[in-house]
Design a protein around this ligand. Structure first.
Ligand SMILES: CC(C)(COP(=O)(O)OP(=O)(O)OC[C@H]1O[C@@H](n2cnc3c(N)ncnc32)[C@H](O)[C@@H]1OP(=O)(O)O)[C@@H](O)C(=O)NCCC(=O)NCCS
Length: 299
């Protein structure tokens, strides 16, 4: 591994880092897939573009948390080829890891440790959070770095529409809502999402609680999945999750449910979704947030 260097990511690394990410997660999905899971599929062009856009955004907000492991190509241009990446960000007093991987051909040789050490040094002692896969190398690495691993539940299936309640007290969210949303984020996870709200609102539907005494919000993707949900009270969180489920079409997914978030399990079971387990929320120096469903990308 002497030929591999770990350095800060630059804009020019984005296409090569995206390829490394696509290969790494495709292989990880294949190797950790359960018999009942659908076959792993290669990343689509749309998802590749979203990945690059999101990493460009992270680079523009907090470049000091974005690290790559690179080796020199042997071809004529001798450009760098990305073989690993650890993309982390600081927001106020919180550090989060957005994505992390090493190409299968380069795993188990200490590169993952070098990358996570670089990203963690950027945290400068801030509490930290991220969503972890079940990959044995990943969970080993995280626990060795001092994180607590909180098992996550996930619910899948098609919503039984006869179970949908009438939901009141919600409205579409706007950029004007970000200030109180950031305050709610601070109460739940110690830091506002700040610029991440701007990025999410550009691509996701935002629904918020009308009652400022019981604030809450949810970002819903184009398939009706709750991508990030935060609320001051479990009842508000439940109404927001019902709103997401009501807009789902076909198979849906509710992800990142830790044990302090059984309010979400109760909604999913009423909607006749199936409950299972997948991965961990990893935290250091903070509790697993609740009532809260983390975003895998923005935590
Ligand atoms: C997690 C990951 C980045 C670690 O990278 P890496 O270069 O393999 O990491 P390292 O070699 O520094 O260390 C991994 C540790 O796990 C061990 N390990 C690696 N692969 C393993 C496996 N399949 N089973 C058990 N242990 C494994 C290594 O021996 C090492 O432990 P040690 O330092 O005590 O010897 C890499 O495995 C990966 O990309 N996994 C797939 C994608 C993924 O799950 N990313 C995390 C998303 S949250």
């Amino acid at each position: 591994m002497d030929s591999v260097s770990v350095r800060l990511m630059q804009e020019a690394d984005l296409p090569s880092a995206e390829r490394a990410s696509a290969v790494t997660f495709f292989e990880a999905e294949r190797s950790t897939r359960r018999v009942s899971d659908p076959e792993a599929e290669p990343r689509s062009a749309v998802v590749s573009k979203q990945w690059i856009d999101r990493m460009r955004f992270f680079l523009s907000v907090d470049p000091g948390g974005c690290w790559v492991a690179v080796e020199k190509e042997t071809g004529s241009d001798r450009s760098d080829r990305t073989v690993g990446f650890a993309i982390s960000q600081n927001r106020d007093r919180l550090w989060f890891l957005a994505t992390y991987g090493v190409l299968p051909s380069h795993q188990g040789q200490g590169l993952g440790k070098r990358l996570i050490d670089a990203a963690l040094a950027h945290a400068s002692g801030r509490p930290g959070i991220f969503s972890s896969s079940v990959h044995p190398g990943a969970t080993r690495r995280y626990r060795l770095a001092g994180f607590s691993l909180h098992p996550q539940m996930r619910m899948t299936g098609t919503v039984d529409r006869s179970t949908l309640p009438a939901i009141g007290g919600l409205r579409e969210g706007l950029a004007d809502d970000f200030e109180w949303m950031d305050q709610l984020d601070r109460d739940l996870r110690g830091a506002g999402h700040g610029p991440d709200h701007v990025h999410m609102l550009a691509t996701l539907r935002l629904v918020v609680s009308e009652d400022r005494e019981k604030p809450g919000y949810v970002y819903i993707d184009d398939q009706g999945r709750a991508s990030l949900l935060a609320a001051a009270h479990p009842e508000t969180a439940q109404r927001l999750l019902w709103e997401a489920l009501a807009s789902s079409r076909g198979l849906t997914l509710v992800n990142c449910i830790t044990t302090p978030n059984h309010w979400a399990v109760d909604v999913g079971l009423t909607a006749r979704l199936d409950i299972g387990q997948e991965g961990y929320i990893a935290v250091q120096d903070m509790p697993a947030p609740a009532p809260y469903l983390a975003s895998g990308h923005f935590l």
